[in-house]
Design a protein around this ligand. Structure first.
Ligand code: SOE
Length: 409
């Protein structure tokens, strides 16, 4: 690492050449589920991959001093802060990683960019299109100054989805006709599950739509290599009142107290969409699919072939080559564990699979490379804004009884 660290890279940004630093200090805001996943990503990326700069877990931030200290010790952060403004001002922080609920994404990201930091922000980028617009605009201006901003759609970084993208880009499917995606969870089936921040519009922006729908919109567009032009949607809130939680909540579990409150987001969102090329897409995002825990499935059908991926079998990609003679044709399983598959050059021997957490390692790796090379990271805040516009069109269509709603550009 030390020898590559001295390299001066030809930069793609308006700031000219970027001097690659031997280390990259990370400051993370939030320490619950996503905080733990991102910590693992930052901790592991520099140990597994040869990176131009080695990520250093400089400081983690949360409001509860004792809890954030415990999180710092558990996940390997050098320091703990209780004020995110202090975190972004730290000299040992080069990248601010935002793992908080959506209602604070815009404020923290805008302040971090203004303070000269690179930013990684969890999805969905923001709670509203207006916030996402401000963030994308600030990210563009910051890029001219040599700073990068990326949104955390981590499922692009599963080796099998990255391979699927490569195969679509190689033209193996030919003209795309269909993209079919579902993202199914079941943690709200119990009507006694408490009213956590994910069930309130003011903190989460939307429900299954922003939490799960954002992932599948991004993944569908990324794999297809094109954008949605419009959508027709249905949304539903099945349980409108839930018990209130006691104090802070973490992850997907909590303790309840007496009293109830209103659920102000969707529980499920179903929509169809049309890609700019004319290909058709269908999407389903729900927290009520009893027995489905984290079931993200996507299938693409083109004139020459099809691909199918299931997050619950994430080391596999199903491929049907429609140009083969009918007698031998059919879906076959590609075991995505070969060294020439995306991200796998540095991991285990063939057949020794990866899991959910590795997508966060790859996310950290890709951002470190983008920073060293001074090129826009993918997905950028502009990509996050475009997904936000799709989510807004879904909500607008659902309010108008599924009327076809074009996506704003
Ligand atoms: C909860 O539904 C959740 O943790 C999402 O917020 C994540 O984005 C998804 O990756 C897994 O499920």
């Amino acid at each position: 690492e030390a020898d590559t660290a001295e390299a001066v890279t030809g930069a793609g940004n308006g700031a000219g050449a970027t001097v690659t630093k031997p280390t990259l200090g990370v400051g993370m805001v939030g320490y619950a589920f996503m905080g733990a996943a991102h910590s693992q990503g930052w901790r592991t990326a520099g140990r597994v991959f040869d990176l131009p700069s080695r990520p250093v877990l400089a400081a983690i931030c949360g409001r509860d001093a004792a809890a954030v200290r415990t999180a710092a010790d558990r996940h390997g952060w050098a320091a703990a802060e209780t004020d995110w403004r202090a975190l972004i001002e730290r000299e040992d922080v080069d990248v601010v990683d935002i793992c908080t609920p959506g209602d604070s994404h815009a404020e923290i990201a805008l302040a971090a960019l203004a303070a000269g930091k690179h930013v990684l922000c969890e999805k969905p980028l923001a709670n509203t299109v207006a916030e996402a617009e401000a963030m994308a605009q600030a990210a563009e201006a910051a890029y001219e100054r040599g700073q990068l901003a990326m949104v955390g759609f981590n499922y692009r970084r599963v080796p099998a989805t990255a391979l699927a993208r490569r195969m679509v880009a190689e033209g193996r499917l030919g003209t795309l006709r269909h993209v079919r995606v579902t993202y199914l969870q079941d943690w709200l089936v119990d009507p006694e599950f408490p009213l956590t921040w994910r069930l309130r519009r003011e903190s989460a922006g939307s429900g299954a739509l922003g939490d799960l729908g954002a992932h599948i919109v991004d993944l569908a567009q990324y794999l297809a290599g094109e954008r949605l032009a419009g959508v027709s949607a249905l949304t539903e809130t099945f349980v409108r009142e839930r018990p209130l939680p006691i104090g802070a909540t973490s992850g997907l579990s909590t303790v309840t107290s007496a009293g109830t409150g209103q659920v102000t987001v969707d529980d499920a969102a179903l929509f169809t969409g049309r890609f700019t090329s004319g290909a058709l897409a269908s999407f389903e995002a729900t927290r009520y699919a009893t027995g489905r825990k984290n079931a993200l499935r996507i299938e693409l059908n083109g004139e020459h072939g099809s691909l199918a991926f299931d997050l619950e079998r994430l080391n596999e990609l199903a491929y049907h080559d429609g140009t083969e003679p009918g007698a031998h044709a059919g879906f076959r399983r590609i075991l995505v564990t070969e060294p020439d598959h995306p991200y796998l050059e540095a991991w285990w021997p063939p057949g020794h699979g990866l899991g959910y957490e590795h997508s966060f390692v790859h996310q950290a790796r890709d951002l470190v490379h983008a920073i060293a090379e001074g090129r826009r990271p993918q997905p950028s805040f502009a990509d996050g804004l475009q997904v936000q516009r799709v989510l807004a069109a879904v909500e607008e269509s659902a309010e108008k009884n599924s009327v076809y709603t074009p996506i704003a550009v």
